[in-house]
Every structure is written in structure tokens, then in C-alpha cells.
Design a binder for this molecule. Structure first.
Ligand SMILES: *[C@@H]1O[C@H](CO)[C@@H](O)[C@H](O)[C@H]1NC(C)=O
Ligand SMILES: *[C@@H]1O[C@H](CO)[C@@H](O)[C@H](O)[C@H]1NC(C)=O
Ligand SMILES: *[C@@H]1O[C@H](CO)[C@@H](O)[C@H](O)[C@H]1NC(C)=O
Length: 234
């Protein structure tokens, strides 16, 4: 009898996946964000700083005050109706679809040294799109109407970025020659940085309902099953 442990883990994983499947899509959204979108966003942000050291070399640039793309300021509260929570989450995330794709498109044409960053931005864009689609599906499934986005144009984003950089330079907080490329690169960084904040706000909108599996349980269960399945157990 050497299989019970593995069997146990297998059953647990099966139970876990059925729990995840039968749980409302709200929690699927949360898992999607925590397991896919947030990690790839974090990696893309780190890689931005590797490829463009001028950002990491100055805290005013790195910990930016330029909240770019956060045009929707409503936040979710506990007592909000499901319809409103889903709407707020959807608007917040879908507003970033176009800006994030802008960032990807810029890097895509920068040559082979930017391949890693390009791949990370593409993955982040993909996961953002998937998360927004999941939310959209959930909204329609509940018979609600899908709210419209309100994103800023590329010209507007560039304009705000240039103003922010100019203010830093004028106040001698950074030494920088503000070229068009510097503006676009920093715009892209600010988009990633702001999206990270927006994701935190979205968690309050899509947090799992009581019957849904929570993230800690999910993570612990995955770790446990990975360990029990590891070859060292044999
Ligand atoms: C992010 O980077 C870590 C460490 O380099 C890596 O293990 C992980 O797979 C990456 N995740 C994504 C989503 O790119
Ligand atoms: C995400 O969606 C936008 C808008 O529909 C699209 O242009 C873009 O190609 C998508 N991103 C990826 C990685 O597929
Ligand atoms: C966002 O902006 C892009 C480019 O300006 C545009 O193609 C897209 O339709 C806009 N999306 C929304 C929801 O307004």
C-alpha cells in the first residue's frame, strides 16, 4: 500500500478543482489575477527597470506619483451590490487594455535586446484581456449590462507623462533630457506601476464569496499536493 498518500493528494486536487469550478466566476477572476496577471505584471515591471536603468536610478521616477490610466476612481465597498462590484472591476481593468497594449507595441519594435520585456508585456496584456473577458462573461451571465470604458488616448497619456517629467526636471528632482522616447518609455512604466495599484483595488470588488475557495487554501493545497507527489517520497 504505497499509493494512499498520492491518491489522497489526487482526490484533494480533484475536489479543489471542482470547488474552483463550481465557485462563482468572481473568485475565478480573483485567482486569475493572483496567479497570472499580478505575477506577470510584477515581472514586466522589474524587467522595465533592468532595460531602462534611468528609472531605477531615481526614486522619484521609480516610485512614481504619476497615476496613469486610473481614470475611474470609484472603489468597491463591502455592501455594494454584485452588479456594481462587477462593473467597477470591469471598468477599472478594461481601461488598461489599450494602454498596456501600447506598452507592448512600443517594445515589440525595439529589437532583440528587448525580447524578454516584450514577451512579459505580451503575457501581461494577454492575462489582463482574459481577466476582463471573465468579468464580462460574469456580468452578462447575471443579466447585467457591460459598462463602457473611458480610456485616455495615447496623445493624452504622452502629454501627462511629459508634464510630470518636466515638473521633476524643473524642480531639480531628476536630471533628464526629455525626448519622445523617454516620454514613451516612462509612460509605459507608469502604466504598469498604476495597474499594480488598480489590481489591489479590484481585489475588493472580486473577492471570493463565502462558498468559494480562498487563495490561501488554494495555495496551501497546491503546495501540499506538489510535495506529496514529489519523487523523494518514493
Ligand atoms: C516571473 O519571474 C520569476 C523569476 O524570474 C519566474 O519564476 C516566473 O515564472 C515569472 N512569472 C511570469 C508570469 O513571467
Ligand atoms: C488585448 O486586447 C486588445 C484589445 O482588444 C488587443 O488589441 C490586444 O491584441 C490583446 N492582447 C493580446 C496579448 O492578445
Ligand atoms: C481606448 O482607446 C483606444 C485607442 O485610443 C481605442 O481604440 C479604444 O476603442 C478605446 N476603448 C474604449 C473602451 O474607449
Amino acid at each position: 500500500m504505497e499509493y494512499p498518500k498520492i491518491l489522497c493528494a489526487a482526490i484533494f486536487v480533484v475536489m479543489l478543482s471542482s470547488a474552483a469550478l463550481s465557485a462563482p466566476l468572481m473568485s475565478t477572476t480573483e485567482l486569475l489575477i493572483r496567479l497570472e496577471l499580478a505575477p506577470s505584471l510584477a515581472n514586466a515591471t522589474t524587467e522595465m527597470k533592468n532595460v531602462y536603468p534611468f528609472i531605477a536610478s531615481n526614486t522619484n521616477l521609480q516610485d512614481t506619483m504619476l497615476l496613469l490610466g486610473m481614470v475611474h476612481t470609484q472603489i468597491c465597498t463591502k455592501n455594494m451590490q454584485l452588479k456594481d462590484k462587477l462593473s467597477v472591476a470591469y471598468i477599472k481593468l478594461s481601461n488598461f487594455i489599450s494602454p498596456l497594449y501600447m506598452a507592448y507595441s512600443y517594445e515589440e519594435i525595439q529589437g532583440p535586446q528587448h525580447n524578454v520585456l516584450t514577451q512579459l508585456l505580451m503575457a501581461t496584456s494577454f492575462y489582463l484581456n482574459s481577466t476582463a473577458s471573465t468579468l464580462r462573461h460574469e456580468i452578462l451571465k447575471n443579466g447585467f449590462s457591460v459598462p463602457g470604458g473611458q480610456n485616455l488616448s495615447e496623445a493624452q497619456l504622452d502629454h501627462y507623462t511629459r508634464q510630470y517629467l518636466q515638473a521633476l526636471v524643473d524642480n531639480k528632482l531628476v536630471t533628464l533630457v526629455i525626448t519622445d522616447d523617454v516620454v514613451k518609455v516612462y509612460r509605459n512604466y507608469a502604466i504598469l506601476y498604476t495597474l499594480n495599484d488598480v489590481i489591489k483595488q479590484v481585489y475588493t470588488c472580486v473577492t471570493a464569496s463565502q462558498d468559494a475557495i480562498d487563495y490561501q487554501t488554494f495555495q496551501k493545497a497546491t503546495q501540499t499536493s506538489t510535495q506529496s507527489n514529489s519523487p523523494t517520497e518514493n
